[in-house]
Write a protein that binds this ligand. Structure first.
Ligand code: BV8
Ligand code: ZN
Length: 238
């Protein structure tokens, strides 16, 4: 580790994480791209859209049902746990693109879910919202207003929840260190968060087995998996 970066980590009073599907990969949850990105020959990127849902609500519910089943059976990995442990040494805020809730289950207390949550459902028409921890019924359940319910997640082409997004930008603008773990930084607007942090002189650290489109902008890019690199990184704060 470059000494100057170790010093910046130790001196950090606020660390913000931007995480993506890669941080849950070692918990056995497939990522969106690469070989994992397909489900029954459907492209996850095409299924996570309102068009796919209205085209075939039952298929999209089945996809989310299968993901719920996997997610409820999964455990937070050493990467999630290392981030949770860091709260002993610094203020930690997690801006996650994931809907799996594993950061919270690992014990992290400040988690903003930019793209919603697998346990949340909402009505396609009225403002009914709820949380469901059991397996979904096979067919899309109906709201009391008679319209079908949908997963309360942000699909491609949909705006992020404004309150969540505004808070995410504030955190990105006010951190000493931003650690970007397990994300290809392909999806916007989440991929703009490191830019806000850099503009405010934060130290940027990336953890990813592969290069990303922002690797060149990082102060340090660690070519490793998050369950290996994050515990090592957190040990520097101790
Ligand atoms: C918006 C929730 C505007 C659902 C998700 C052209 C056409 C159409 C749209 C667009 C376009 N260009 C840009 C857009 C906008 C679009 C977008 O960015 N598209 C991309 C594909 C180009 N964005 C949107 O539509 C967003 N909304 O812009 O709205 C607007 C504004 C106002 C009003 C109306 C509209 C909404 C985006 C949110 C989509 N929903 N998820 C669900 O999960 O079912 S995004 C989905 O992708 C997941 O959340 C996932 O987390 C996320 C991002 O992907 P990553 O997390 O990065 O995962 P990925 O698989 O890509 O990468 C994994 C990485 O991990 C890799 O780098 C890999 O190397 C690494 N890795 C693997 N193993 C490990 C590892 N790293 C560490 N350790 C390991 N073990
Ligand atoms: Zn309704």
């Amino acid at each position: 580790m470059i000494n100057s970066i170790s010093e910046k980590l130790r001196a950090a009073r606020k660390v913000v994480f931007v995480t993506g599907a890669g941080i849950s990969q070692e918990s056995g949850i497939p990522t969106f791209r690469g070989k994992d990105g397909m489900w029954r020959n459907y492209d996850a990127m095409k299924l996570a859209t309102i068009e796919a849902f209205y085209d075939d609500p039952k298929l999209v519910w089945e996809w989310y049902n299968e993901r719920r089943h996997n997610i409820f059976a999964a455990e937070p990995n050493l990467g999630h746990k290392a981030i949770a442990e860091l709260e002993k040494y610094s203020e930690v805020v997690i801006l996650t693109q994931n809907i799996d809730g594993l950061h919270q289950r690992a014990g992290s207390s400040q988690v903003l879910e930019l793209h919603g949550s697998i346990v949340k459902i909402k009505c396609t028409v009225c403002d009914f919202k709820d949380e469901m921890y059991s397996e979904f019924s096979e067919n899309p359940p109906l709201c009391t207003c008679g319209n079908i319910l949908r997963p309360d997640v942000v699909w491609f082409g949909e705006g992020l929840p404004q309150d969540v997004w505004q808070k995410a930008i504030i955190h990105a603008n006010n951190c000493d260190v931003m650690i970007i773990a397990g994300t290809s930084l392909v999806v916007s607007p989440a991929n703009t968060l490191p830019i806000y942090a850099k503009q405010n002189d934060a130290t940027l650290i990336e953890i990813n087995p592969d290069n990303t489109i922002m690797t060149e902008d990082m102060d340090l890019s660690i070519r490793s998996t998050s369950a290996i690199a994050l515990p090592e990184l957190v040990s520097i704060f101790k």
